[in-house]
Design a protein around this ligand. Sequence first.
Ligand code: PRP
Ligand code: URA
Length: 215
Amino acid sequence: MPQSHRDFENLRIFEHPLIQQKLTRARQRQAPPMEFRRLLNEIAALMTFEVSRSLPTTEVEVHTPLEKTTGIVLSQPVTLVPILRAGIGMTEGVLALIPEARVAHVGIYRDERSLMPISYYAKYPADIAAGPVFLIDPMLATGGSACHAVAELKNRKCKDIKFICLVAAPEGVQRMLETHPDVTVYAASLDRQLNERGYILPGLGDAGDRIFGTA
Ligand code: PRP
Ligand code: URA
């Protein structure tokens, strides 16, 4: 299994010192939910600045108090799709930069034994395929949950899908590359490997439990 992020053509890693410092704090096991949530949202906002770089725009006329000039607006509706539960923990951060985005939800958990994704909820805008979709989940482990969510989005005709996570395992990135090579994975870190229970090493533990204080 490749270990360097340069080995994956579908992966973008953020080496910015502010993102890496916040990730280091989030990894610390003593970080309470309040701090963990704050860090995840701050990292998500910093990542969004770069992830949104290629959003389509349209030129518009604008009247300043002094004269007429041109500017731009986003030309397509952006939809954020957090994977419940843990994706919720990064969504406010993305919304801080794209407040006009719609927020769809997809509920998926992975079975503890088989590690297979189980789908239990979905609520999307009817025209979700009219613009880019940011699929959000802090953890890309086996990749089962994220690939399942991408398949659901493609069933709804979505074409421009970006996956934003905090920590990715090589196994998950490889699976996304094989299953959905058109989807770019944006992550703060490519970690070493999965353990025998499918947890990312070094990772940051169970993200949903740490966000919501349910450990
Ligand atoms: C976690 C995480 C991802 C999934 C990643 O969710 O938030 O959705 O596991 O694992 P995978 O890549 O192997 O599918 P979990 O199943 O713990 O559900 P939760 O967010 O409701 O706690
Ligand atoms: N889900 C998590 O929350 N953490 C992991 O390390 C793997 C899957």
